[in-house]
Design a binder for this molecule. Structure first.
Ligand SMILES: Cc1ncc(COP(=O)(O)O)c(C=O)c1O
Length: 358
């Protein structure tokens, strides 16, 4: 049944090998982020088999709950990436060994939940180095120290380390200077409280480019990688990571109409189904195919047809429209597409998209 995701576990294993070698070269432990593929079972099973992976992380506690037991049996720890909601602290303590935090109120709730479950929960205190998403603002050092002081006095929460997230909201690129500030802050915290911070987590797939350049500051000892693994992309400058595959996952969709029609719609142009004013190029009569996958399942703009002759014209909630150009397609034929991160995220989230593995 289509639309279908074709998942090549061999290619994903190759990507895992490449990113784990990069992490090792950067003296970093490796956290693989499972959210973009909604913690898909067979993909998670491959990650769990890999000895170079130390942690599995996700932003949704439901995904972590789905693999926490298996991860622990495989000797990996589980991590909640998104700051916990007050309404989920019990589940966070139950299924995640570590969570990323920036609010002392939440950390107090985690401490109480951990006490009730007779557990110790690890906390990575997030520091905002200027990207302006989550984290205590790096310039508020006294506030950071006060929070560390309080966490260090808690009985059921352990201050495991500090971390940062860049290139997510503010598109700030990780560099030696901003990540260096994180390392120096970790040193000041350790000195001030005579404690050891086990983890200094230096970001996501946008930090990977620093490793071959030998610019990842010494002291950064963890990376949290999603897109680098699943698509083989470094995300600071949107480059491919040598040796990885970006077609480990393909979308296959089926043609439900294939007809010669003009390239320009006829009549007064209003707004499309999503309230946008469309723009068209007049190419005369073209062969237009409609595939049964739409914006409810993916972002048409994030798809690239494997057939270079095929051009994506656009989509609506349930339809993807393409110009088949010189290629010959018929009703019922299927077409394959590579996808970017946003398209992939939606395809895995859509319950209407099936999955096959090889
Ligand atoms: C806090 C955090 N760390 C790491 C990641 C992984 O990002 P990427 O897929 O760019 O490696 C994400 C997003 O998924 C995130 O929110």
């Amino acid at each position: 049944m289509y639309p279908q995701l074709l998942i090549d576990l061999g290619k994903l294993n190759k990507n895992l090998k490449v990113v784990s070698e990069l992490a090792r070269e950067g003296d970093c432990s490796l956290m693989i982020v499972t959210k973009s593929f909604c913690a898909d079972g067979p993909i998670v099973a491959e990650i769990l088999k890999n000895e170079a992976v130390d942690y599995l992380a996700d932003s949704r506690i439901q995904n972590i709950a789905s693999y926490a037991d298996q991860a622990h049996i495989a000797g990996k720890e589980t991590v909640l990436l998104r700051l916990p909601m007050a309404s989920e602290v019990e589940e966070v303590v139950r299924y995640a060994d570590l969570s990323l935090n920036s609010e002392i109120e939440t950390i107090r709730m985690l401490d109480r939940a951990a006490a009730q479950q007779n557990k110790t929960h690890k906390v990575l205190l997030m520091i905002d180095l200027g990207d302006l998403r989550e984290g205590m603002f790096f310039r508020d050092e006294e506030a950071i120290m006060a929070v560390c002081d309080e966490i260090l006095k808690m009985r059921h929460v352990r201050l495991f380390g500090i971390g940062t997230n860049l290139t997510c909201y503010g598109a700030i690129i990780p560099k030696e200077d901003n990540l260096g500030q994180l390392v120096r802050l970790s040193e000041r915290i350790q000195k001030r409280f005579s404690t050891t911070l086990t983890m200094v987590s230096g970001g996501n797939s946008s930090s990977v480019y620093l490793i071959p350049k030998k610019q990842l500051p010494t002291g950064i000892n963890n990376l949290r990688l999603g897109e680098a693994f699943i698509l083989g992309n470094e995300t600071a400058y949107s480059k491919r990571i040598p040796g990885t595959h970006n077609d480990a996952i393909l979308l296959r969709a089926q043609i439900i109409e294939c007809k010669d029609k003009p390239s320009l719609p006829i009549g007064e142009v209003g707004v499309d189904a999503f309230g946008e004013v469309p723009h068209y190029e007049d190419k005369g009569v073209i062969t237009r195919a409609i595939l049964a996958v739409g914006k409810q399942d993916t972002n048409p703009d994030g798809l690239t047809p494997l057939d270079p002759a095929v051009e994506i014209l656009g989509g609506s909630s349930d339809h993807l429209l393409v110009n088949t150009a010189d290629s010959h397609y018929h009703l019922g034929d299927v077409m394959d597409f590579r996808m970017d991160y946003g398209a992939l995220l939606k395809l895995f989230t859509s319950p209407y998209v099936t999955r096959t593995y090889r």
